[in-house]
Design a protein around this ligand. Sequence first.
Ligand code: UN1
Length: 494
Amino acid sequence: MTTLAAGTATTDSAARPQPGLARHLIDGAWTGTPITERRNPARPHEIVALSPAGTAEDADAAVAAAVRAQPAWAALPAPARGAILLKAASLLEDRATAVAADLVREEGKTLAEATGEVKRAADVLRFFGSLGWAPSGDVLPSGLPGTTITTRREPLGVFALITPWNFPIAIPAWKAAPALVAGNAVVLKPAELTPLSATHLARALQDAGLPTGVFNVVHGSGRVVGEAFARDERVAGLSFTGSTAVGLHLKGVLDARRARVQLEMGGKNAVLVLGDADPESAAAVVAAGAFGLTGQACTATSRVYVTPGVREAFTAALVRIAGEYAPGDGLAGARMGAVVSEAQFAQDAAAVRLAVERGAELLAGAHDADPTGGLFFPPAVLAGMAEDDPIVTEEVFGPVVAVLEVPDYEAGLAAVNSSRYGLTAGICTDSLALATDFAARAQAGVVKVNRPTSGLDLNAPFGGVKDSSTNTFREQGRSAVEFYTWGKTVYLGV
Ligand code: UN1
């Protein structure tokens, strides 16, 4: 059954495509009536997608299908499971033009960002697919005669994945791929705002030959579908990326039934710019982290601490570069894409307005941008606010950055670490000694030296500390498989 209207494949920005139809994928069947409308954030009149509003019964059916399918899937040799992910990677790459265009239309990011994300999702599938051939345990000597010890990792069974709209295909891919290659079955609830991207991933897996019921998708709200997954005793674990409030709620539900939980939540990521840094390069690094992806990444830069010697030159460069990130339609070649929704747009504008009311200086951007013709929010640079101002402490999730002066490195490090969040942190400096010290003492799961806080390599572990993450299991890289498996030690006497 075709789930996406052929019209969505066009890349002609002048054409108005038919809405793509997303359906649940439950036990190998595409089901549900697509009724929930999603509009293009860059073109408010264009309906991009229709998706079904999943019920608790849909969630139950998806989990039941996954429970049925999982044992046979786990019994396949790991290389055979991996081969299906490798095939799905190639299919996704073949379809990249159409998938990226749908991603831009439903999420709002630029075509370059969307194309990169689709490629990244394919690479993620390839990376974890190839792990089907990798060693999956150790061989250890035993103190007992005639005995060898081996370690194995076993799948837990069925995993629920709840994924956000901001990386609508990469995040489902990087949660599903390690789960699947390890022999688990999956139920996915994608973000309501971005149903098409998840559907493309599901189709690639299905077309690659993934057995029926191993990967299921239920669209709908977190309150209904996400909650049903979290409470279902048959779900062995849940991986969530989204807001801290929702993540902590889900953790309560999962902890109560002693199921496994992985949370990637908010961030208030800071960059410390030191006097020895080249102000132009530092401003380019900060701008890429703050305004790339329209600032809509939990890894985005939203606070900058600058030492006095470089503050003026750095700020001037940042303001100039902010002006180059003109927001517009991602399919029409804009440098910065649209904000995802009217609610997010209002939140960005309100955050900037409040900061200005409280005395901050708006050096670039606006707090009164008009969303009528498209959700285009010019990047905002603010300065002169107090260290505990909400713009410095609360996540905005938009292209908004606060610049503060700090007297020296130690004060800057303390300011970086003053946040309740700890996802990514950056430093711009030529000093190897200070960069090394910062890497050791920054309270963040990922530290970037002279690189934007957002943008991750798929082979490197990712996660945060404090209110950003559960701080137990990491995503991405080989260690991602740990969350989806349990360890077993075998003493083999012969
Ligand atoms: C990136 O910075 O490349 O939702 C990825 C997020 C993160 C992923 C960031 N979980 O923004």
